[in-house]
Design a protein around this ligand. Structure first.
Ligand code: ATP
Ligand code: MG
Length: 878
């Protein structure tokens, strides 16, 4: 059975059992900043299990793209781990439970996939007798059901829903045992876990107590690659049709025989796996960078490149491998084909960059080796190896290889410790973010108690509404007086809560004697809109009716920028290519900011075309339609769905004629003409591969242009020319400045030449030695030094003391030619003595020294004293 067939069979099996089959969500989790990647089929449904959202369907089946970074090190070592894999799963949100899930799983695996029951083992959680008996009932013999502990058979993340699991394992046979203690759950390659069934039946509170859930759930996951391995009679995922062409390509590029196994086999596997992961992740909007998701991409790519390098591959090659991934998977995941150019280009550029970094890393490693040697050590420390691994993407194997050439070993234990410490830090960071915030929990409870608010702001800007709930410092309050700030939930509100990049509305609540200002609006949980309100006059009381009024002009300005953002997005795609995707957005009343994936700066010509295209759409006065439909329908219409798209079946679509169609919950204009005018203000880079455009519309665009015009007129007025002659006038000015600078230089040279002549005439000869102590016309050290140079060159031997004054500051310089240094003269000592007379200090070498001072009146005396000192020294009086 080929993988396509396996995937389809699974989904059809559950469709026939009233499951709604949904497409895979993005690898980048929607609306969940705490997660880096979608690591399991349940991730998109997390809100249904935690109760923060209501599911459309109670039974769902998916084939979900997954990425697990903790398994990176295992790839190619264990037979069963990949970083990217597909997880087949069936889900129940408060519908069926174990009684259905277990028999269905067994039927699918044994009857449809036709696996022999004798080769299957089952695990249950220690005290989950319910599951145990259900497995017995479908015919699993007692001897092949094992009870395992929390480590493997209980699923939980911090506070929230959780429960025991059951796993189905495939047994490759006792001949693959790792020893007498080998059994299910063992980490060796005899048993392969193919399917995990999670029974969500408890709620874990902060204190660690478990209470039964009223609404139980099912969450299962079967690795497509694992079931394919077994069904196709292989030992690892790399033996399946999913990897066949990819492996072939790698073996060809590296000129190795994959069949040889060992190090070669491992390298090929790592390259195949990592390239697949990177290809899928880039298609979903991730880009290589130095943190978060981007770092994972970078690490995976670098690891793959390094493993290639072990076999002497010096040229970029991963894009060739990625082409094979796209060819194999593109039919099931159309995003791969759509983003092909972008994916290959990103990989190519990153690979090229890494080949550069690589030489830097090698240099650092060489220095580490030299240091270790200098200290007489025969091993490279684990931390050093980990730093190379972590910062420069050097796999431990490579570090070891290079060290071995230099006769050094690497402290593997220390490396493992450093790695474990980092893992622990990452784990702790993950756990703390998994906890729901206090505030979120408060509002979730309020909603469970029946409080909810309707958003009416797509149509109304003013609404009479009842105050359902007021909260201050986390506690419910009945009233708020003048001067107080409280959070308020209304039964209905026209106020837009901050979402999708669009800032929230502001405005007021009014009522008899009441005036309250709305400072912020958000939606901490679905169905509850919270206003942060400052009472300016009167009292706000729970249960009362208020009139909620949105600041309409501000809303309108925001709408201009939001509609213009859609026009911009579409225009960028049209001008630059389909790889352009939204990577972030801010829609405010005064401006819009749009981040998008693109590799290089836009040329002035491209910017002009984009801007013109947006303005044409504005001038064409295109009606903006908004409507709700199903996700499938919206996709069929070609709606641009961002990688943050939600599973919830009903989606809101914003359609601007034939120009653009996007999923969007924001507030928009009724017609593009209302935007007035669109002007790009800046274009720049935010991260590698991500560009940012800031732009303005309507009145803001007008005042931006007027601001530039004002500057322009002001400059014209200063130059006393007509604005239209400004460019010519500025050019003439620049030429003039250049000419003046040239003349100035020439003058300075002439002056200096004159000054040198003058100085040469003042040189006296004392006891056969040239001595000069003179004031000059400059206090700039560089010029003083060059005068000294000229004197030394012209006279060959002598003592030269020069001083100058500028703005109450004195500079002194003393030079002694080497022949006179031998006679005991020392420029540094001399200048120290002289500096005292000008209230300053200084010093330097015997040949040359300088000083600064604050007392110009002392300069003449200092010069005189200098001459005297030299004379006395020469005559041996000092
Ligand atoms: P393992 O102990 O083998 O790492 P797991 O307990 O981490 O597995 P689950 O989190 O229960 O696995 O995931 C459900 C299913 O997804 C597994 O039964 C397996 O079929 C598949 N799976 C999990 N991790 C991977 C992986 N790294 N590569 C391929 N398939 C995987
Ligand atoms: Mg695992």
């Amino acid at each position: 059975m080929e993988s396509e067939e396996i995937r389809q069979l699974f989904l059809d099996f559950f469709a026939a059992r009233e499951h709604r089959v949904l497409p895979s969500a993005s690898l980048i989790p929607a609306n969940d900043p705490s997660l880096l990647w979608t690591a399991a089929g349940m991730v998109p449904f997390k809100p249904y299990f935690t109760g923060t959202a209501e599911p459309e369907h109670r039974r769902v089946a998916t084939c979900q793209k997954c990425l697990r970074t903790p398994d990176i090190e295992s790839v190619g070592k264990t037979a069963r781990h990949l970083t990217f894999f597909e997880m087949l799963g069936n889900f129940s949100f408060g519908d069926y439970f174990k009684e259905e899930a277990i028999p269905w799983a067994w039927e699918l695996v044994t009857k449809r996939f036709g696996l022999s029951p004798e080769q299957l083992w089952v695990s249950v959680y220690l005290d989950d007798d319910e599951a145990y008996h259900l497995w017995r009932k479908v015919g699993v013999p007692e001897a092949r059901i094992v009870r395992l502990g929390k480590e493997t058979n209980f699923w939980e993340i911090g506070v929230g829903p959780c429960g025991p699991c059951s796993e189905i394992h495939f047994d490759f046979g006792p001949e693959h045992s790792c020893g007498p203690d080998c059994g299910v759950g063992c980490d060796c390659d005899r048993f392969l876990e193919i399917w995990n069934l999670v029974f969500i039946q408890f709620y874990r509170d902060e204190a660690g107590n478990y209470s039964p859930l009223a609404q139980k759930g099912i969450d299962t996951g079967m690795g497509l690659e694992r079931i394919a391995t077994v069904l196709q009679g292989g030992k690892t995922a790399f033996d399946t049709d999913l990897f066949r062409d990819v492996i072939e390509e790698i073996a060809e590029v590296l000129k190795v025989d994959y069949g040889a196994g060992g190090d070669v086999g491992r390298a090929v596997k790592v390259i195949a796996d990592h390239t697949r992961a990177v290809t899928f992740a880039i298609a979903d909007g991730a880009l290589p960078s130095n943190e978060g998701r981007g770092y994972v991409i970078r690490r995976l790519l670098r690891r793959a490149i390094r493993f290639g390098k072990l076999f002497g591959c010096e040229e970029p090659f991963l894009d060739r491998v990625a082409v094979r991934v796209i060819d194999k998977m593109g039919a099931v995941y159309p995003e791969l084909g759509q983003q092909k150019r972008h994916i290959l280009r990103t990989i190519r550029i990153e690979e090229g960059r890494f080949l550069e970094t690589l030489s830097l890393g090698t240099e650092i490693l060489n220095r580490m080796i030299a240091d270790a040697r200098a200290q007489g050590q025969r091993t490279l420390s684990g931390e050093a190896a980990f730093k190379l691994y972590d910062t420069y993407g050097f796999p431990l194997e490579l570090t070891e290889e290079i060290c071995a050439e230099e006769g050094l070993t690497v402290d593997r234990q220390g490396f493992a410790t450093a790695m474990a410490q980092q893992r622990e830090r990452a784990r702790q960071a993950r756990e703390t973010t998994e906890y729901l915030g206090e505030r979120e929990r408060f509002y979730r409870e309020a909603r469970d108690a029946g409080i909810g608010s309707r958003f009416t702001g797509y149509y109304a800007l003013e609404e009479p509404a009842r105050v359902l709930l007021m909260v201050k410092n986390g506690r419910r309050v009945a009233a708020a007086e003048k001067g107080e700030t409280v959070e308020v939930v209304l039964d209905a509100t026209p106020f837009y809560a901050e979402a999708g990049g669009q800032v929230c509305d502001t405005g007021v609540f009014t009522g008899p004697g009441l005036l309250a200002e709305i400072e912020h609006v958000d939606r901490p949980v679905e169905n509850i809109i919270v206003h942060r309100v400052k009472v300016v006059a009167g009292t706000l009381t729970e249960g009362n009716i208020v009139t909620a009024s949105v600041d309409a002009p501000r809303r309108k300005q925001t709408a201009r920028n939001h509609t213009a953002t859609h026009l911009l997005h579409q225009s960028l795609k049209a001008v630059l290519g389909a790889h352009v995707n939204q990577a972030g957005s801010l829609v405010a009343p005064d401006r819009l900011r749009f981040d998008f994936t693109h590799y290089e700066a836009l040329t002035p010509e491209e910017l002009e075309r984009v801007e013109a295209m947006v303005n044409q759409a504005i001038l064409a006065a295109i009606p903006v339609e908004t409507f709700e439909t199903t996700l499938a329908e919206a996709r069929a219409m070609g709606a641009v769905a961002l990688f943050g798209e939600k599973y919830g079946e009903r989606v809101r679509v914003v359609k601007i004629g034939e120009f653009s169609i996007e999923l969007c919950g924001g507030t928009h204009l009724k017609n593009t003409a209302e935007a007035g005018f669109f002007k790009i203000v800046t274009e720049g880079s935010v991260a590698s591969g991500v560009r940012r455009i800031e732009a303005v519309t309507g009145e803001a665009a007008l005042s931006y242009i007027n601001g530039i015009l004002r500057d322009y007129q002001e400059i014209a007025a200063i130059l006393k020319v007509a604005p239209r002659n400004l460019a010519a006038a500025v050019k003439a000015l620049a030429d003039q400045v250049k000419e003046l600078a040239r003349e100035n230089e020439a003058l300075k040279d002439r002056l200096a030449a004159g000054e040198v002549q003058d100085l040469l005439q003042r040189v006296e000869v004392i006891d056969g030695v040239n001595v000069l102590a003179s004031r000059v016309g400059t206090a700039e050290m560089p010029r003083l030094r060059s005068l000294i140079d000229v004197l030394r060159e012209r006279l060959g031997s002598g003592v030269f003391i020069l001083g100058g004054v500028a703005e109450d500051k004195v500079s002194l310089i003393v030079a002694v030619t080497p022949d006179l240094v031998k006679r005991g003269l020392h420029a540094g000592m001399l200048v120290k003595e002289l500096a005292k007379l000008v209230d300053g200090g200084g010093g330097g070498r015997p040949e040359l020294a300088q000083a600064g001072g604050k007392n110009p009146a002392g300069l003449e005396e200092a010069l005189r004293f200098g001459r005297t000192l030299v004379q006395e020294k020469l005559r041996g009086q000092r």
